[in-house]
Design a protein around this ligand. Structure first.
Ligand SMILES: *Cc1c(COP(=O)(O)O)cnc(C)c1O
Length: 427
């Protein structure tokens, strides 16, 4: 496949039907389901690298660091793919730091975001030599200064500013508006930078923003960039040099006919603006998550029962909201397709899981031609699925497979019931 063509299902370049079998790269998904059971997450390494390549093309010839926002999918082997490809990482907890180091990441390429870093997490990050703290409040600056001076170390800091632009996405995943808990308000940013540069143990290195997630238009990015560059001008005029400028993540993917800009096309527009304003040669950083992994993964699930009803027909599958939390959490849409299509007339079903909650649905009003025992693929399941999975209803989390060509690697074993209560104790 060449760099930009997209064979396969819409939005799913590495997934396609071949002779009535749904394939991911060179493997039949039905073979993987049979060998490993369901629910099963399967990821395409080529799809991840293909998504990354669009960013790499976009930044060709620039000083740019791509930091994969690992909360989208933090499985070790997925992190390893991005570490091997030269990526840095955006983390939001000490747990993610331990995880990404276990996957072989270079701590100097890791940036630590999040509104509620604890002293313990700051210490852990300073001791491994983290690349940057993205600080979200003036109070956090004070604490970080204390922790760093206590250790005799210097913390590299960037302030996450809130550009107050509307990313036009779901309210739960919009983060750059005034009412959000994230970032430092635009009008307070200069004061916060002065404060940061006055504190011992801190070194101001950059500025950052992140306006939301599943963004499908370029305009909010362009607006945010203008706001951030205005601040860079003011902060540097106050005598505080800004070494890197970081623009967050948030680029959307095609879940259901969504048409987000391609990463390279988006960055061509953004770089034009940066160049026009004289900032094109700065060190640039970005933190994409979903757009690198979302359409690289599927969740395979078996149809347990068909339950016809007066108002609704239910297709009850063995994956549930604990495996695929996005529909219950954000009313999100995932395409659901059969691994081996049947011929005949489709029926409209709500596809639901076994969990005892009415919110436990995977897809509503879907046309499907299925029988009990069939296996379905829930598409676009590479981001914010496994990383948000839980053990609710004492359901062990699913197994995960990474496919590379015709090679399948089991990258996470299925959790047993015992695993789910192994840390508990009777009194
Ligand atoms: C979640 C997050 C990202 C990644 O967002 P995506 O929508 O997955 O690209 C980037 N930066 C920060 C600070 C985040 O919290």
């Amino acid at each position: 496949m060449n760099a930009t063509s997209k064979p396969g299902l819409p939005g799913q370049p590495h997934i396609a039907y071949q002779a009535d079998h749904l394939m991911l790269e060179g493997l039949r998904l039905s073979d993987l389901a049979r060998a490993h059971g369901t629910p099963l997450f399967v990821y395409s390494k080529a799809a991840m690298l293909w998504a990354l390549a669009a960013y790499q093309r976009g930044f060709a010839g620039r000083q740019a660091q791509i930091c994969y926002a690992m909360k989208a999918n933090s499985s070790l082997a997925v992190l390893q793919v991005f570490a091997d490809a030269g990526c840095g990482f955006d983390i939001v907890s000490g747990g993610e730091l331990a995880r990404v180091l276990a996957a072989g990441a270079d701590p100097a390429k890791v940036i630590f975001s999040g509104v509620g870093k604890t002293r313990g997490e700051m210490k852990q990050a300073l001791q491994v030599g983290i690349g940057c703290f993205n600080v979200e409040s003036e109070a956090e600056l004070d604490v970080l200064s204390q922790v760093a001076t206590g250790l005799g170390l210097t913390a590299p800091v960037s302030l996450r500013v809130n550009p107050n632009v509307d990313p036009k996405t779901h309210p739960y995943i919009s983060t750059g508006l005034k009412g959000n808990k994230f970032g430092i308000a635009h009008e307070d940013a200069l004061r916060a930078y002065r404060h940061a540069s006055s504190l011992p143990g801190l070194k101001v290195v950059g500025i950052d923003c992140h306006i939301g997630s599943q963004i499908t238009e370029a305009t909010p990015y362009l607006d945010a960039m203008d706001r951030v560059l205005d601040l860079v001008t003011d902060i540097e005029a106050a005598g505080i040099p800004i070494h890197h400028i970081e623009f967050g993540g948030g680029l959307g993917i095609d879940y259901n006919g969504d048409t987000p800009p391609e990463a390279d096309a988006l960055w061509a527009q953004l770089l034009d603006k940066l160049d026009a304003r004289g900032y094109g040669q700065r060190q640039l950083m970005i933190e994409p998550g979903r757009s690198l992994v979302g359409n690289a993964g599927v969740c395979l699930t078996e149809v347990l029962y068909l339950k016809p009803g007066e108002q609704k027909n239910f297709c009850i599958v063995d994956a549930a909201m604990n495996d695929l939390p996005r529909p219950a959490m954000y009313q999100a849409f995932h395409q659901i397709v059969p691994l081996s299509p049947r011929t005949g007339e489709a029926v409209v079903y709500d596809v639901v899981g076994p969990v005892c909650e009415s919110g436990d649905w995977i897809g509503r009003d879907r046309q499907l031609l299925v029988q009990a025992g069939d296996t379905l693929a829930v598409l676009s399941a590479g981001a914010y699925c496994m990383s948000m999975a839980s053990n609710y209803n004492t359901r062990g989390r699913a197994a995960e497979i990474l496919v590379d060509g015709t090679q399948a690697y089991l990258i996470r074993q299925r959790e047993s019931a015992f695993d789910t209560f192994a840390l508990e104790q009777l009194v």
